[in-house]
Design a protein around this ligand. Structure first.
Ligand SMILES: *Cc1c(COP(=O)(O)O)cnc(C)c1O
Length: 397
């Protein structure tokens, strides 16, 4: 029997796969160090847990409106106004089962067969697959480490065609750690207006910023740009709530309406208890977020300085999120146990085999000369892992 042609081409998430491999080795009793984590290693703050318990006790255990409770959507409007300086009405908001689901719904809502979506590489693994699931064509534009992985507007404009429907931006960025400044965002906004395409902005790492870098939402750059923007955010990364599955989209009411219809026939409402807890998270103090950020900051600095002290490896200092892009160009071509390291997959395999250290090969993000290392793991683990990476490099011929 022939299965769905559109969906047979969808690949499994390589990052989740690596994570599963490392977890399996751990379960077998091996001393594995994992740098694959795509989630904070902190517990969900206590006041949010308490709110979930309260939701259960109060009986918030039934269906809510498909696109989220009115209270939560209003709190999201409030948050977007206060934090991001952009005003939405509650009918311009849809709450979904995590930001990943928000993005999925967006591409289902906006794409027709053959529509192109520009994705900046290195990219988050799911973007190209989500575009394909929506029937669209991902168009990859590379960014360079020399530019801090920020897009070059001339290169970006070159990729625009009459079929360009949208551009995805993600700042602070996973996996690159770059944060887009105002002139860059203005340039992107100007392109979107001149060439008439949508901007999908994934702002899930909004609060995870270092060195006084500022997060600017492109939607705040004026009403014309706002009308072209679909703003995605969620609770997972900022509030250590990955398992709760709450994300949201703000945007043009017509597009939000199509997304709501899709959601009403697929998942219905996101979990009612998680919605209630998210309301508390949005209204509560950000102290726990700041605590988490200060921990990440210490680890980030340690990691970058250690990596740059290892011969053949390097990393630039990220300004946001919790990932390092480890540049392995200096060791490509060297040999591990008779096997030549040609790229990021070979490096990841050899490192796991030699030292029981799991990292994500950059090829998953369209960057084969880099590895992604997450610092959402304890200082002790980071130190141990980097010692092992240093040993691994010494082993190479
Ligand atoms: C983690 C992540 C998401 C999705 O988060 P959810 O848990 O689905 O809310 C979206 N975009 C990027 C870049 C991420 O790293």
């Amino acid at each position: 029997m022939e299965l769905s042609r559109k969906n047979l081409g969808i690949t499994a998430s390589l990052t989740l796969e690596i994570d599963a491999k490392a977890k399996k080795m751990k379960a077998q009793g091996m001393d594995v160090i994992g740098f694959g984590a795509g989630e904070p290693d902190f517990k969900t703050p206590g006041f949010i847990i308490d709110a979930a318990k309260e939701a259960l006790d109060k009986g918030y255990t039934r269906y809510t409106p498909s696109s989220g409770t009115i209270e939560l959507r209003q709190a999201i409007c409030e948050k977007l106004s206060v934090d991001n300086g952009v005003d939405y009405k509650s009918n311009e908001i849809i709450v979904s089962n995590g930001a990943k689901h928000s993005l999925y719904n967006i591409f289902q809502a906006i794409l027709n067969p053959g529509d192109e979506v520009i994705i900046l590489a290195p990219y988050w693994v799911s973007y190209p697959e989500m575009v394909k699931m929506g029937g669209g064509v991902p168009v990859i534009v590379k960014t360079l480490e020399d530019d801090n992985f920020c897009p070059n507007l001339v290169e970006l404009e070159r990729a625009i065609t009459s079929k360009t429907k949208a551009l995805i931006i993600n700042s602070p960025n996973n996996p690159c750690g770059c944060v887009y400044d105002r002139p860059l965002l203005e340039g992107i906004g100007e392109l979107a207006l001149r060439h008439n395409f949508l901007i999908v902005t994934d702002e899930i790492y909004e609060y995870l910023l270092y060195d006084d870098v500022e997060h600017i939402s492109i939607a705040s750059l004026g009403s014309e740009i706002k009308n072209k923007t679909l703003l995605v955010n969620g609770m997972s990364k900022s509030h250590a709530m990955t398992g709760w599955r709450i994300g949201y989209t703000a945007g043009n009411q017509k597009i939000i309406g199509v997304m709501s219809n899709i959601q009403s026939h697929s998942t219905s409402n996101p979990n009612s208890i998680a919605q209630y807890a998210s309301l508390a998270a949005l209204k509560g103090s950000k102290e726990t977020v700041y605590h988490m950020v200060s921990k990440f900051d210490t680890r980030r600095k340690y990691m970058v300085s250690r990596i740059n002290s290892i011969d053949g490896l390097s990393s630039i200092m990220p300004s946001g999120a919790f990932y390092i892009m480890l540049n392995i160009e200096g060791v490509v071509g060297r040999v591990y146990k008779g096997r030549r390291i040609n790229g990021s997959l070979d490096f990841a395999d050899a490192l796991l085999e030699s030292q029981n250290v799991a990292v994500v090969p950059g090829i998953a993000f369209g960057a084969d000369k880099h590895m992604r290392l997450s610092y959402a793991t304890s200082e002790e683990t980071i130190e141990k892992g980097l010692n092992r990476i240093e040993n691994f490099i010494k082993e190479l011929e």
